[in-house]
Design a protein. Sequence first.
Length: 120
Amino acid sequence: MSFQQLFERSPEPAYVIDPHGDRILAANRAGCSLLGYTHDELLATPVSEIHPADLPQLRDFLDQVMRHGRASTITLTCRTKVGTFLPTEISLHAFESDGCLRILGLVQDRSDHRQRDPGD
């Protein structure tokens, strides 16, 4: 199975971003569904619009990924198409494609987890 097939068929939301261009370059069906966008809408939406409340943390995390190739999980909120904020955990991994640095983001929806956690 190719990377593209694995990416598309993954039941987990996944995104490929251009860390220098504030752009989503690819999103699988689960990723579009999580945020409520069509594929084309999501590719036209800057990463900064998805994470407006967490931009400093996201930028620091992206810098860490670009330096080390991968990073541990970070908790960020994602703004959906309808404007609600969704708690998530995101794992980022750097890779090269056609001579350009790209970041693979694997996302887990944590809204159910927060609702069930008696510590919140």
